[in-house]
Write a new protein. Structure first.
Length: 629
């Protein structure tokens, strides 16, 4: 066997070109089951980012598109959407863009049941002859109005649907009992977000008049979420009143905790279609949680309060569904991209759809390793570390690899340990990667999330910088060649790190926040008071906003900057990147700005994804002095 050549880190040949990350690589989302059939959404970069609704036909094993070519199944409620389709007994309804209407799917064709105009719909749930939906009304001046509505399948919804809940700033995707007589919903008000303070309500669904809603759970500084009716009629939901998102059950005799464990069994409700637990016919429930930076899957038995972990190869589990004696979900491993599977509760499970038909050769897959360090305040922070890995090259003797720090968006989100081609793109080229779950990330309980209260741009920034330096101090990476990249809130972290420390030689911000004041005054309703929690109320805390805005500290920029921005981004408008770039150029700083006119908050089209990655790789090559393969 020939010896691997010594090549400069960053210049290694890789099987993952920018085009390879988009060609035939699907993003699988929102798994649903209907009898023997399994449904999911598929985002396809090669179709300009279109989201298709796909079905695995249980009787034949065939996989087929449910809606015709060109139909984009997406919701824009809260801008992030979710719950853009529902299925029940063979009936399928979808929300689509750009028309923002709800349709019944009939033989692959669409029949609209909502009017044209200023309404947006998401969080769809099907009953017998009707749909429950979160409706966002943009037809009036001021903030959009969010309500829960009931739509009839035969049309007649010219008024936008029958309102069955109103009066709160926000409402979640509803839960509907199997017989269609009981409904539950989570609501919240400004300045909260759904992981702060929420309320769970339940009512009997009637044909006439307003519903008589009763409060099931929720209190100040308690987040409840993801209500689901079990086959026996009880209502399951998650609550973090213990400090962790654990599961509870509401019955005719009140509410009881189903277990007690110091782990989160729910993800934050960014979108309206999430499903992190699935009640089973036998009274148990399929659940997942995180420990040691990895996801775990198990079965919860309410009778004993115990969770039995299932022996399965996987570190990422989500979109849990159950029907009869079978379950379906999405699973990712350390060496395989997410796959949708289905089968008996205890397995074995049959793969129905892979994110990519041709997987990455395991020889190129860097194994994600838990990495924990202590920040400047003496608090533990977490992430996953991936060393450079390739069977085709090794770095020069005595030389350490450059480090690329990845910062997830949100910031109330998390990164997972499972294989991601976006990380493998860098590790196969000779980069080490640290993917940071900084303070404020989820999966570590409420206290860890709340570290970011009033401290956005401070404690997370410290976690990121100390995390990068901890790897250099451990002798795993070259401390003189550190780079950082992130999108949205992660992009803000990039710019913040470059203006507050000298740790990084280069940074790439994807649609990142440069001016917190501009974000506070020019963003969508869902996040319009987000900064009240993370920075302070505006304009009372104006001085803090200015102090933490990278655009006001250009004289402190350390390192080169690449700004990549969507032209129709309504979450972080392009003016932020344009203003930042102009100010940096005027200050004589090294900056490149690339604007993608047809992209929003998150690039979807293959052309934009490929071009941005190619530019980013060339950017690091220029800064670190290597020639990309």
């Amino acid at each position: 066997m020939a010896a691997m050549p010594d090549l400069p880190f960053g210049s290694w040949p890789s099987p993952l070109s920018p085009a390879a990350l988009t060609a035939a690589t699907r993003m699988l989302d929102e798994v649903r089951v209907d009898g023997a059939d399994t449904y999911w959404l598929e985002s396809r970069p090669w179709e300009a980012g279109r989201v298709a609704l796909v079905r695995h036909v249980g009787a034949t094993g065939e996989v087929e598109d449910v809606v015709g070519e060109g139909v984009n199944v997406r919701s824009r409620v809260h801008e992030y959407g979710g719950g853009a389709y529902a299925v029940r007994s063979g009936v399928v309804v979808v929300a689509t863009i750009p028309d923002l209407r709800v349709h019944v799917v009939e033989d692959g064709e669409l029949r609209a049941i909502t009017p044209e105009g200023g309404f947006r719909y998401g969080g769809l749930v099907l009953g017998d002859g009707f749909v429950l939906a979160v409706r966002e009304d943009h037809s009036t001046d001021g903030e959009p109005v969010n309500t829960l509505v009931q739509l009839t399948l035969d049309g007649g919804n010219d008024d936008g649907g029958r309102v069955i809940w109103q009066g709160t700033d926000f409402v979640s995707r509803a839960a509907l009992s199997e017989d269609g007589t009981e409904v539950a919903v989570v609501t919240w008000d400004h300045p909260n977000l759904p992981w702060d303070t929420t309320t769970l309500r339940r009512a009997t669904l009637t044909d006439a008049g307003p519903l008589d809603w009763s409060v099931v759970a929720g209190d100040d500084e308690v987040s409840v979420g993801q209500p689901r009716f079990a086959p026996d009629g009880s209502l399951w939901f998650a609550s973090d009143d213990s400090g962790w998102w654990n599961l509870k059950r509401h019955t005719g005799s009140g509410t009881q905790a189903l277990h007690s464990v110091e782990a989160d069994l729910m993800t934050p409700q960014w979108v309206l279609g999430m499903s992190d637990h699935a009640p089973l016919d036998d009274g148990r429930g399929l659940v997942h949680w995180w420990a040691d930076e990895a996801g775990h899957l198990g079965v919860l038995d309410p009778r004993s309060g115990s969770i039995t972990e299932l022996d399965v190869d996987g570190v990422q589990f989500d979109h849990l569904q159950a029907t009869g004696d079978e379950v379906a979900f999405r699973v990712g491993t350390l060496s395989e991209l997410p796959v949708i599977v289905r089968g008996p509760v205890d397995g074995p499970w049959t793969p129905l759809r892979r994110s990519r038909d041709e997987g990455l050769d395991p020889a190129y897959a860097s194994t994600a390793q838990p990495w924990t360090w202590t920040n400047s305040e003496g608090l533990e922070a977490h992430g996953v570390f991936l060393p450079p890995t390739s069977p085709d090259a090794t770095g020069p003797e005595g030389e350490l690899p450059p480090l690329l720090v990845l910062v997830h968006g949100g910031p109330t989100a998390r990164t997972e340990a499972g294989l991601q081609l976006g990380r493998a793109f860098w590790t196969t080229r000779g980069f080490a990667v640290l993917d940071v779950n900084y303070s404020g990330s989820t999966g570590y309980g409420r206290d860890y999330r709340n570290r970011l209260r009033g401290q956005w741009g401070v404690v997370d920034n410290d976690d990121i910088v100390t995390g990068a330096r901890s790897l250099a101090e451990a002798g795993l990476v070259d401390g003189a060649r550190l780079a950082i990249r992130g999108g949205s809130a992660g992009g803000y972290a990039v710019l913040r790190a470059l203006t507050t420390s000298d740790a990084f030689a280069a940074g790439t911000s994807y649609f990142g926040v440069a001016d917190l004041e501009a974000l506070a005054s020019d963003t969508h309703k869902f996040e319009s008071r987000y900064l009240d929690q993370m920075v302070g109320p505006y304009p009372e805390a104006k001085e803090t906003y200015v102090d933490r805005s990278p655009i006001h500290h250009l004289d402190s920029v350390h390192g080169a900057v690449l700004l990549l921005q969507g032209g129709i981004d309504e979450v972080v408008p392009p003016a932020q990147a344009e203003t930042m770039a102009a100010a940096m150029r005027a200050a004589g700083q090294e900056v490149d700005l690339v604007l993608y006119p047809d992209e929003g908050h998150g690039f979807r089209a293959a052309s934009a994804i490929e071009d941005s990655l190619g530019r980013e790789l060339a950017f690091y090559g220029r800064v670190f002095g290597f020639t990309p393969a």
